[in-house]
Write a protein that binds this ligand. Structure first.
Ligand code: AMP
Length: 427
């Protein structure tokens, strides 16, 4: 099924998305009676009877073999190859992939597109993209959009900064708009798992910008802050939930949301999530989601742990990788390497800061390997009169937020960070 659905789910239909989640309209779409499909105990350990919302309950993997035949069908293939894409022969495609350093793996991979119009997004999405003033899709978008829109499970190996968020975000919006509206008590349709709060907030920004025209709600769920507001947002209903794994499990265990409606699952920065020890949580979460969902896994690197996760949870995936498999530096950054002794570091740093701060607009990020070094550097920079602030995992979330904001706004143009901020800082 392609965008013919636009006629059925056109913009005016989406107007019903905002206020009323009672979804009188859901009966116009695929019939979807949640109560018939899932008993009140849902996917929690204690089945039958009403769920006690005050008591955390262990999440138990549903017996999918039994559940599957009763699940409502859903659409996931929205891709129609554009005429001009169909006309390109294998040589042209090969050349384009080579130029853009794309490596593809898997069978029946759709051809890459080369401009926004060829992606075949509905107008309401395309208008938003054009409004951003982007010239053309990035490499990962050229190949990633047809892959994601085709409904296949996919793996994208691409770094932050490559435009990967939109690679899954825009097809996710199309996916949502083809599903029945949320009813009260429904969880999200699109779930994005992110390793850190900082990345989650970045993703949320993109979802908000591009989901606005179809009134898609999103919410972010992460640890380190009080749960109250997040609980209220979840209960209110959001088609997209962006979550760090631990806090999402908390919310599932206390019954504030559920994953019964998730049909589009994104694992963002999978390598980083595994590095941070989230594997058991990821597995617990993914086991709660219907197996015929579409799964999109994104990773900056492709180590064997990530490959194993893909083997376990993706179904006949297609893969695109931009650049080399080794972690490599961005081509847009000039790198200067200086080998100095510990004793010389402070002086060298001061000299670099003097040079860099000649440009009043410049912002300076200093990475340190440990939280302690991060604090030490910040302390001596401040003693030397530099407006530096530190950000690392021992700072509470409010302070991390504040520091990031000060840095973004340029009030404090020097930020000293551990790798908590290494990815997911969008300026
Ligand atoms: P990401 O890799 O998703 O973290 O994206 C990095 C930045 O690139 C974000 O600020 C995006 O808004 C921006 N971006 C995404 N797609 C494009 C594009 N096609 N052209 C220019 N910038 C883009």
């Amino acid at each position: 099924m392609g965008f013919g659905r636009d006629q059925q789910y056109n913009k005016s239909n989406f107007n019903s998305r905002g206020g009323d989640f009672r979804g009188g309209r859901s009966s116009d779409r695929n019939s979807y009676n949640r109560d018939e499909q899932f008993n009140a105990g849902g996917f929690h350990g204690r089945s039958g009877g009403r769920q006690n919302y005050n008591q955390p309950q262990d999440l138990v993997r549903p017996n999918w073999e039994v559940e599957m035949p009763n699940l409502p069908p859903f659409e996931k293939n929205f891709y129609h190859e554009h005429e001009s894409v169909s006309k390109r022969d294998d040589n042209e495609i090969r050349e384009f992939r080579k130029e853009n350093e794309m490596t593809i793996t898997g069978h029946d991979i759709p051809k890459p597109i080369t401009n926004f119009d060829e992606a075949g997004f509905p107008d309401y999405v395309l208008e938003e993209v054009k409004a951003e003033g982007f010239d053309k899709p990035t490499a990962i978008q050229c190949q990633g959009w047809p892959m994601a829109l085709s409904g296949r499970d996919m793996i994208g190996v691409a770094a932050t900064g490559s435009g990967k968020t939109l690679s899954y975000c825009l097809p996710g919006i199309v996916h949502i708009n083809a599903q029945p509206l949320l009813s009260p008590g429904d969880g999200p349709i699109v779930l994005v798992l992110s390793p850190t709060r900082e990345l989650a907030v970045q993703i949320q920004k993109e979802c908000s910008k591009f989901g606005q025209s179809s009134r898609i709600r999103n919410t972010c769920v992460y640890g380190g802050v009080p749960r109250g507001q997040q609980i209220r947002d979840l209960i209110r209903g959001a088609e997209i939930v962006i979550a760090t794994p631990g806090r999402l499990i908390d919310m599932l265990e206390i019954g504030k949301t559920n994953l019964k409606r998730v049909t589009y699952l994104v694992l963002d920065e999978a390598d980083r999530m595994l590095d941070m020890g989230f594997e058991p949580q990821i597995r617990k979460i993914v086991d709660q989601i219907r197996p015929d969902r579409q799964t999109l896994m994104w990773s900056a690197t492709w180590p064997k742990e990530v490959q194993q996760l893909a083997r376990d949870y993706l179904n006949d995936p297609i893969q695109v990788q931009i650049g080399s498999l080794e972690l490599s530096a961005s081509h847009t950054i000039t790198q200067l390497v200086e080998v100095v002794s510990d004793f010389e570091k402070r002086d060298r740093l001061n000299k670099h800061l003097v040079t860099a701060s000649e440009d009043k607009e410049s912002k300076i990020l200093i990475f340190a390997s440990t939280k302690r070094t991060c604090d030490e550097i910040t302390k001596y920079l401040r003693e030397d009169g530099w407006p530096a602030l530190a950000i690392h995992g021992d700072k509470d979330q409010r302070e991390r937020d504040w520091v990031l904001q000060e840095f973004r706004d340029g009030r404090s143009p020097i930020m000293v960070a551990t790798d908590v901020a290494a990815r997911g800082i969008g300026m």
